[in-house]
Structures are given as C-alpha cells and as structure tokens.
Ligand binder design. Structure first.
Ligand code: AMP
Length: 305
C-alpha cells in the first residue's frame, strides 16, 4: 500500500485509529501493536534500521518527520538542516512504514514556542547539553507531544502495545528519553537500536553531508579512538582513555570537545580506575568533536568478554 503522509494532528489521530482497528480486526484478537519512529528527516540507513526494527516488531508503524526548532540553539544550524520529505517518504514506504506525520512548526506549536516544557534535569546538562543549553528540554518536549499524539489507546477494550524506537547513535538522548518514560510514567516501551556506520566506520548522520572529503577522512579518527577502547575492554585491559584523547588530538582538522567512558544509564564517568585496573563489566565510550564546521558525536558500548 502506498504510504500516507499527514500534516495535521487530527489526521494523525484518525489515521492511527483506522490502521490499528483494521489490524486488530484482521488478527481477530481485538488487539494490535504500534511502533513510532521519531525523526527530523534527511533519512539515511541509520533511520532505515530504526524503521525496519519497528516494522518487524509491530502491526502498525508511524514515522514522524519534523525539524524541531526547540532543540536547536543556533538559528543557522536550524536553517541549514536538510529537508527532503519526498525522499524520506519513499524510503519509509520501501521499508513498510504505514504512515508519515510531517507537521509544520505552526501545527506542532500553534501558540508559538510552548511556555511549559519537559525538562531533562541534570542528565540534560552534561556532555551534549553543556554545549547545547536547552537542547534536551526541546527534545523531551517534542517527544512527549509525539508520544501523546501517536499513542494508539485501547482497541475493543484491550490495551494496544506502544513502542518507540530510538538510535543508540544519540546515546544521551536515548538515556534521557528512557528516564523520562520511567519518571513520568509514559505508557510506551522504548526500544534502542544499534548505531549504523558507513563501511569506513563513520557513524551515519544527516550532518555528514556537510563534511568535505578531507574532513570526512579526518572524522574517522573518532570511530578509531572508540574502537581502541573497545579492543582493550574486550581484552580485559586497562582502557587508558588518555590514549584515545591523544589519538584524536593528533588529527589535524579535528577539535575535540569531550571523550569519556561513562555509565550507560547515568552518563557519569566510570568510578573505577581506567588507567591501571583491567576493564570488567559494561560501559559506554562517548565522544564529541568539531570537524570543519560540523559537530559530530559518536559512541561505543564497551563490554569485557
Ligand atoms: P534524527 O533524525 O537525527 O533526529 O534521528 C532520528 C533517530 O534516528 C534518532 O533516534 C537517532 O538516534 C536515530 N539515528 C540517527 N543516526 C543513526 C545511526 N547512524 N544509527 C542508528 N540510529 C540513528
């Protein structure tokens, strides 16, 4: 079936109700499941993976394409963010997504910027939040709205499973959304999807298209530094993150913002001594750097084998 693209909240609600009813009727069980994939468009294979996971796990899948002004601090960054709705809809259709919600800014925020917002608290102030004040409050505010708007509600008196898919690429975002769902009792299951990388190791991002050839080559140092930590973690060796930092700092054209090994849930730096103590357990290595005029983030889960 060709994909339906809706622009308004009212159409989104009625299309979701129709699709969920249809599937529940077809299954004859009076129940269905709905998957939500929230994006800002300019879709690539990383988003495709999210959509595929949602399609594999649910009867009905909705994707949103909305460049959310609330999460941008820099107006130039917002203005130049790529907008490619036709290609996005075609990609989502090819994967089997049922419905695309692509609202205007006025439709999402009819009274202008919302006065009341969801705040990420201390988790939103570190790492990405330190250089992008208010970013995670903007993310949580739009994600809350999307959770309300896409929530399928019960069908024939039975609860409908509701799952939302987020990429591990934005590890801090994923941790904060999980925490919001827990702290504020949202009736949605958050599913994390592993990072999709290009063959050369660069994590896919809508912003990669702004990298020149030389910058793109230079950017590979980020995944190389993460892999160094991963190799040491797998081998139960001390991580010595200073070596990863030195590797990145030796790369011309790359300005390191942070490189840390943190707890995946709290995002606090690991308490254990990474320099002399062999690595055990699980952690997350996170990195952010400016390459040319593009800010890139990447991360890698670490596990002692
Ligand atoms: P964005 O459109 O950048 O807001 O991203 C929408 C969703 O796609 C987020 O949950 C991202 O974490 C996820 N995503 C973006 N890039 C990747 C990637 N390379 N691998 C996996 N997920 C990704």
């Amino acid at each position: 079936m060709p994909i339906t693209v809706v622009r308004t909240k009212a159409e989104l609600r009625s299309e979701i109700a129709r699709l969920v009813d249809e599937h529940a009727g077809r299954r004859g069980e009076g129940a269905a499941s709905l998957g939500l994939v929230a994006t800002m468009g300019a879709l690539h294979n990383g988003h495709r993976m999210l959509a595929e996971a949602a399609v594999a796990g649910n009867d009905v899948v909705v994707a949103s394409v909305f460049v959310n002004p609330l999460q941008f601090g820099d107006p130039n960054d917002l203005a130049r963010y790529p907008r490619t709705l036709d290609a996005d809809a075609a990609l989502l259709e090819s994967v089997g997504v049922d419905l695309v919600f692509a609202p205007s800014v006025e439709e999402m925020y009819p009274g202008g910027d919302p006065l009341v917002r969801v705040t990420a608290g201390p988790l939103g102030e570190k790492w990405e939040g330190a250089s992008r004040p208010g970013h995670f409050d903007g993310v949580l505010t739009v994600v809350s709205k999307l959770f309300h708007l896409a929530s399928p509600g019960p069908v024939a008196g039975r609860p409908t499973a509701f799952r939302a898919y987020f990429g591990q690429k934005d590890a801090q975002q994923l941790a904060i959304v999980r925490r919001m769902v827990k702290d504020l009792d949202f009736a949605v299951e958050v599913v994390g999807v592993p990072i999709v990388r290009a063959e050369d190791g660069l994590a896919l991002s809508s912003r990669n298209q702004f990298l020149g050839e030389e910058d793109r080559e230079a950017a590979l140092v980020l995944s190389r530094a993460l892999r160094l930590m991963d190799e040491r973690a797998s081998a139960h060796e001390p991580l010595v993150p200073d070596d990863a930092v030195a590797l990145i700092e030796s790369q011309p054209g790359v300005g390191l913002d942070y490189f840390e090994v943190v707890d995946p849930d709290t995002l606090e730096p690991l308490a254990f001594n990474c320099r002399e103590t062999p690595f055990t357990g699980e952690a997350l290595a996170i990195v952010a750097a400016r390459v040319g005029d593009v800010r890139l983030i990447d991360n890698m889960p670490l596990k002692a084998n």
